[in-house]
Design a protein around this ligand. Structure first.
Ligand SMILES: *Cc1c(COP(=O)(O)O)cnc(C)c1O
Ligand SMILES: [Zn+2]
Length: 428
């Protein structure tokens, strides 16, 4: 395989990184750092396995001296610490906002919003794509691809454009216009599939088996273990931004459930290797009622996920057959957390409330999180006195249509002082 782009790697995958291989989450079978996502023995999902002694050497000072982006955590990731080994838009170090007004509105003592809409393509997906495509180049792939609910396609196409690598991204045909345009503008192939995300995902899995796609890296399919690791930076980063402390509760949106699982893993790891004091973070998962296979399984007390056909406005979370669902359930159960699901109207109201109290305009996934926070407080599952972080994972301008019927000009006036006065604008 040839690497013709500008970031031809100089080191093998795993060199200068604590990653020692892949491990099956199900049966613990181990593998080299290869392009493989399912266990050959039991079909369980593979994840990156680290040398714990190497991780334990990483210090706060080392991280703080690193770049102002996710690569400050490179000593905890699989792709190595050398900038020339990376293919990246350099996402990360997004704001952690002290949400005083939102806390007050909800009767909470201390609430933070981690605003990941501030990433280069305006969603948290830049984190996972940066780690995935950096690994992809080292594994000898020469084209980037994905099965996407929208934000992933935006990020993969943008990373490919920056690196000068061809891309082909697959989306359900009925995505929000903002996400379709943003995927297309970077060039590359954009394939609108006449089906749901789960159909897109199945098609992409089949394509990876064909000769023509042999050198194509589907970031969330055939190299998924590397993709998933990028989500951990959303755990490390919150801990660092809190002054190397763990929060007491977090609320995380769920599509496949991977993000939640990896944030939980990052908190546990931070404590284990001494970056933070030991502490237990109660993890809460958020879904929309239009697609809630994980929250429903949690409510039923099982970890067997029954796939659904997704509906509703939270399209970025519309995965009907979520791969990491059982692991997300385990993370919430084992930490004394929980899950809830919210309706489209509650999601819209969540987007509005977040914007009106924090100045953060979230996409529908952020509305899911705020509405879920509210529901978990009302049901008494979430403690209003405990320090809480909620994750906004995407930008509101991408899903304008979802809230455009909710808001608009509060006044419309002719351009004269008289008209302004008549409209009541001179009474503050
Ligand atoms: C993809 C996505 C998620 C969740 O991702 P999973 O890891 O699949 O659970 C959350 N929010 C937004 C905006 C996303 O695009
Ligand atoms: Zn296995």
């Amino acid at each position: 395989m040839s690497n013709t782009h500008s970031a031809t790697p100089v080191r093998e995958l795993g060199a200068d990184s604590p990653a020692k291989g892949l491990i099956c989450r199900n049966c613990n079978a181990t593998y080299d750092l290869i392009a493989q996502h399912a266990c050959w023995q039991c079909f369980g999902p593979l994840e990156v396995d680290y040398d714990q002694a190497e991780l334990a050497k990483v210090t706060r000072e080392q991280i703080e001296a690193g770049p102002q982006n996710i690569w400050r955590y490179a000593p905890l990731l699989p792709v190595g610490v050398h900038p020339e080994d990376r293919v990246s838009l350099n996402p990360g170090l997004t704001p952690l906002i002290d949400a005083k007004n939102l806390a007050k509105a909800l009767g909470m003592r201390k609430l933070w919003v981690k605003d990941d809409s501030a990433n280069p393509t305006h969603s948290f997906k830049d984190r996972v794509v940066s780690t995935a495509v950096s690994a992809a180049i080292k594994l000898g792939f020469d084209r980037f691809a994905c099965a996407s609910t929208g934000n992933l396609a935006n990020s993969v196409a943008a990373h490919a454009a920056r690196a000068g690598v061809p891309s082909i991204v697959f989306i359900p045909h009925d995505l929000e216009p903002g996400k379709i345009v943003q995927s297309a503008i970077y060039g590359g192939k954009l394939v609108a599939v006449q089906g749901s995300y789960d159909d897109v995902n199945r098609l992409c899995s089949e394509l990876t088996e064909t000769d023509d796609f042999e050198t194509t890296a589907f970031v969330n399919v055939n190299i998924r273990p590397y993709y998933a690791e990028g989500s951990k930076t959303l755990g490390y980063e919150v801990a660092e931004q809190l002054g190397w402390r763990l929060p007491e509760q977090v609320v995380v949106p769920m599509a496949s459930g991977e993000l939640l699982t990896k944030i939980h893993k990052a908190f546990e790891e931070s404590a284990e290797i001494g970056l933070t004091e030991p502490g237990k973070v109660r993890v809460f998962g958020a879904q929309s009622a239009g697609c809630s296979p994980i929250a429903d399984a949690f409510a039923e007390g099982t970890d067997v996920i029954t796939p659904v056909k997704p509906t509703g406005i939270a399209k970025s979370l519309n995965i009907g057959d979520p791969a990491a669902g059982p692991y997300a359930i385990e993370a919430c159960r084992s930490t004394g957390g929980g899950m809830a699901k919210v309706t489209d109207d509650e999601i819209r109201e969540g987007v509005r409330l977040l914007a009106a109290t924090t100045g953060v305009f979230a996409e529908t996934a952020g509305g899911v999180v705020v509405a879920t926070l509210r529901k978990l407080l009302e049901s008494g599952q979430l403690d209003p006195e405990a320090e809480t972080v909620i994750y906004n994972t995407g930008e509101g301008l991408k899903t304008l249509d979802a809230v455009s019927s909710l808001v608009g000009p509060t006044h419309t006036v002719k351009p004269s002082l008289k008209a302004a006065k008549e409209a009541g604008l001179l009474e503050s």
